[in-house]
Design a protein around this ligand. Structure first.
Ligand SMILES: *Cc1c(COP(=O)(O)O)cnc(C)c1O
Length: 405
């Protein structure tokens, strides 16, 4: 069954590349169309993964494709020594879709969080000398650079890299009493950083009461609230940002994954008072916000900001959750269905990787996170026909799995 061509590709990977992604799935995608992917043999797959929520508009979206072609023909990069119209446009769109403030573009989610950590420290230092500590939460994921990794509440991510960046205080996710106690006893906290749905942590939702109380207390104490929207932002949950579901007002947002529709870009967006802490010369990046990446972001933001776009995301997500709920009768190994919009987690009573592999064989791309949680996050533009096609494969997969166990 195995094709020789894939074996050759696998062999080249082994010879030339770091083996840190050692468990790559046995497929090589060469092309995409809408919400379908095609492998090296031109076999078609339904995409319920969107490259970790990155390909927000699917593959070959006309507005994104046009914007990119136009930009490639004009200029890719000039540098942050110069003004940049595409940056202005993307920043203006982020403000209009979130809150009035300022945006700084980066190249990835980790770098956006890195910038947020640096900004919070610099802001804290402007208030008082020792105000450098940041509250973070268990189960979180903020990225792989030293700052972002040090803010991450999962030991497996940090193992072997010590010493980490000091100054992070880890508290249990969704435990307001712990936040309150810490803020009462510790005057040196400048910020708290959290996801609202822990993505890598297994699609775990923040508790509404917890985050509302935390936001209020942070505001009272002059502690900046950083919301990591790297995975949940840019329409993924059916609102532009997940924070809009919870009735809170963050001071700092970080974005990446879906922002460029596949072009690498991240961003930090902050209220003016916080953004002002990065004075002239205090932070920067060579590539961040280059013309190409910002042209992509602007095209994605315009598309997602269109009237009705996010309602479609909500409807599709609700439909998928409802259909999977119905499948649970025959699939008792699914212990929970979670998520908002097209950010969906199915918790299993067993490791999920074998189901991911089997789905791939059946022509469906899904993912597994936190060992036992199947993660479904298709392109936001996926149509109902493709959703139903993917669900039919899932149903078959669950039937099979149910019979085996
Ligand atoms: C993916 C992710 C990051 C890291 O983004 P990279 O672009 O991989 O650096 C940070 N935070 C969250 C919530 C993420 O899901």
């Amino acid at each position: 069954m195995k094709c020789r061509k894939l074996e050759a590709i696998q062999k080249d990977d082994k010879s030339h590349l770091f083996q840190n992604y050692g468990d790559r799935l046995p497929v090589c995608f060469v092309r995409g169309e809408k919400s379908y992917l095609f492998d090296q043999n031109n076999r078609r797959y339904v995409d319920f993964f969107a490259g970790i929520a990155v390909s927000s508009l699917g593959y070959g979206h006309s507005a994104l494709s046009r914007a990119l072609h136009n930009q490639v023909d004009r200029i890719l990069h000039s540098s942050n020594w110069f003004f940049n119209r595409e940056q202005n446009e993307a920043g203006r769109l982020i403000s209009s879709l979130t809150f009035p403030g300022r945006t700084l573009f980066t190249n990835s989610g980790a770098e956006a969080n890195e910038a947020a950590i640096k900004l919070a420290r610099r802001y804290g230092a402007s208030l008082s000398k020792d105000r450098c500590q940041i509250i973070a939460f268990s189960g979180s994921f903020h990225g792989r650079t030293f700052g972002a990794m040090s803010a991450t509440g999962q030991d497996k991510i940090k193992k072997g890299f010590e010493p980490l960046l000091p100054g992070f205080i880890f508290l249990p996710f969704n435990d307001f009493d712990a936040v309150k106690a810490e803020l009462e006893r510790n005057q040196n906290i400048c910020a708290a950083i959290t996801e609202l749905i822990q993505g890598e942590g297994g699609i775990r939702l923040v508790n509404r009461d917890f985050i509302q109380k935390t936001e209020k207390l942070c505001r009272d104490r002059g502690v900046l609230l950083i919301i990591d929207e790297v995975q949940t932002g840019v329409g993924r949950t059916g609102k532009f940002c997940a924070y809009r579901h919870f009735g809170i007002k963050p001071d700092i947002l970080t974005f990446a994954k879906g922002l460029g529709g596949g072009v690498p870009i991240g961003a930090i967006h902050a209220v003016d008072k916080a953004a002002a802490a990065f004075e002239k010369g205090s932070h920067g990046t060579t590539f961040g916000g280059n013309h190409l990446a910002c042209a992509a972001a602007a095209a994605v933001l315009k598309t997602i900001g269109k009237a009705g776009f996010m309602d479609q995301v909500t409807k599709k997500g609700d439909y998928i959750r409802k259909r999977i709920s119905a499948m649970r009768k025959k699939a008792p190994f699914i212990t929970d269905i979670r998520g908002l919009g097209l950010h969906i987690g199915l918790e299993l009573d067993r490791p999920g990787m074998s189901l991911v592999n089997r789905a791939l064989e059946m022509g469906l791309v899904i993912n597994c996170t936190a060992e036992k949680v199947l993660r479904i996050m298709p392109p936001l533009t996926i149509d109902m026909k493709t959703i139903n096609e993917g669900l039919a494969i899932l149903e078959k997969l669950f039937d099979e799995t149910g019979k085996e166990s």
